[in-house]
Ligand binder design. Sequence first.
Ligand code: GLN
Length: 231
Amino acid sequence: QKPADTNKAKVLKIGAEMTFPPFEFQEEGNKEYVGFDMDLAKAVAKQMGYTTEIQNIGFDGLIPALEAGNIDMIVSGMSITEERSKKIAFSKPYYKSGLSIVVKGDNNSITNFKDLEGKRIAVQIGTTGAEEARKIKDAKVREYNSNSEAYMELKAGGVDAVVNDLPVNEYYLTKSGEKNAKIVGDIMNAEEYGMAVTKKNTELVEKVNKAIDELKKNGEYEKIYVKWFGK
Ligand code: GLN
């Protein structure tokens, strides 16, 4: 198998976990993978002369898939962390994010991260949210394969809170039609998303960084941003 940065490779295989709207998800009745990351990944690939093939992979399976050579790049709202940077190479940041809390609309006992002590918290497996939740004193953390399952558990009353990235929590509240839920507290952990490739693929990282710069310069990044987040 040829690495994606040789001239012969035309297809860039991209992996993402698809319950992370508005970054990567499937709209009802539509098989296509859509979202900010999907548009940006396609634009970056095009800029580098590749077409894309998108694969839906569990969040905790993304780094193993990259290491196994099943995909060339992760574009999955993945926060750039020290821990992950030991294993994989991140591009420059392409989106600023951070963690936040969602509780039921009538929950008045949880107003910040401190209040999560001793509480039942739903998170997605392998995420920074899962990692932070596990640090909370006496918290009972339940890890789900998808974000949708974490939100469903909150709705069903199985947990007191969901810890997830702020833009995804916001999307859940505004777009899912869920009325009985709210975001509480300040944003915890400023995080930034990066695209990721194997450590060996330094040439590809450089190309991706250059492509991100170009898309920011030529207005394409802005167009994609406005499409998914408004002004
Ligand atoms: N940004 C978070 C992380 O990197 C969550 C990503 C996700 O669930 N897709 O862990």
